[in-house]
Design a protein around this ligand. Structure first.
Ligand SMILES: [Fe+2]
Length: 301
């Protein structure tokens, strides 16, 4: 088994990538990091060099998920484990590592066709996060950047990879609309670092979640997002069961939603996973029909 510490970074492509230079700092309090070599807009939400990259591209799609390994030594173990499980991978060269601002990285394709990157030694600098407007900062550390919620064509194949290869654990499942259960996966005390929804034949990104340290940060971002002409609230303020996140969702110009949250619970191995019945909400999270109109999907390989 590969020992993964956390979801370290996420990369997407978008024709509207440059809009993020404005909405990232002004609405979401993301700090602009050093741009990528292709002009990617990169956001800092803590002392890491960046956590979210929006690359220029012809369509809205998820480009890669970067998973940080639990130790430097784990980089060698990961290669042995992928070979043992007959999963083809490539070790990134110096240029590719420099692009991602990491020490070592390898990558492989998941059954859905997502690019998974496993890395060590992310570039970071203490006390370097300076929010562009008053903000208490984001909950990262041992919980990673937050979580992603992705669409996969085949829940079972992607499930096997996460559990058998990356050592993820199911934290909960939820039945949505009578279809396949949506599953939530954790690799650390965060309730989930990724969740999978099944749409036959498709893959893509539904949302990225970031967690503010104070509840007022959610309220401020909500007010600013509601006022912004390029943004639309897709789920009103509410609190989920499962991760207990108090949050709202907003459709971004890149076709996926940003979930802006606060107050997620930390969980341990002692907690028993549950099958939650929809709507799995303590209150709120009234969904706009646009929430279910996934605009950042592509045909799966
Ligand atoms: Fe979420």
């Amino acid at each position: 088994m590969i020992r993964v510490a956390s979801l370290g970074y996420v990369g997407v492509e978008s024709p509207k990538h440059s809009v993020w230079n404005e909405i990232g700092p002004e609405v979401f309090a993301f700090q602009l990091g050093q741009p990528g070599s292709d002009g990617a807009v990169r956001f800092k939400i803590d002392d890491n060099a960046y956590r979210i990259s929006i690359h220029p591209g012809e369509r809205n799609r998820m480009s890669y998920q970067g998973w940080e390994l639990a130790s430097y030594e784990e980089f060698g173990n990961a290669q042995e484990e992928l070979s043992r499980q007959n999963i083809p991978y490539k070790v990134a060269d110096a240029g590719e590592c420099a692009d991602r601002l990491v020490g070592e990285m390898l990558y492989f394709q998941s059954p859905a066709g997502f690019r998974y990157e496993l890395f060590v030694l992310p570039s970071r600098r203490d006390d370097s996060f300076l929010p562009p407007r008053p903000h208490s900062g984001f909950q990262t550390g041992d919980q990673g950047l937050g979580h992603v919620n992705v669409v996969v064509p085949d829940g079972e194949a992607e499930h096997r990879m996460l559990v058998d290869v990356l050592g993820a654990k199911v934290s909960d499942a939820v039945i949505v609309g009578g279809g396949d259960a949506m599953r939530f996966y954790r690799v650390n005390p965060r309730h989930h670092s990724t969740a999978h929804m099944v749409v036959p034949g498709m893959r893509g990104l539904q949302h990225i979640m970031v967690e503010a340290k104070e509840i007022n940060d959610v309220g401020r971002a909500y007010t600013l997002a509601k006022r912004h002409p390029e943004l639309k609230i897709t789920a009103d303020l509410g609190r989920h069961m499962g991760d207990m996140m108090l949050s709202f969702y907003v459709r971004t110009p890149s076709g996926w939603d940003l979930e802006y949250g606060y107050g997620g619970q930390r969980i341990t191995d002692e907690r028993t996973p549950g099958m939650l019945q929809a709507p799995a909400e303590y209150w709120g999270h009234e969904y706009d029909p646009m929430f279910f109109d996934f605009q950042a999907l592509e045909p799966a390989d």
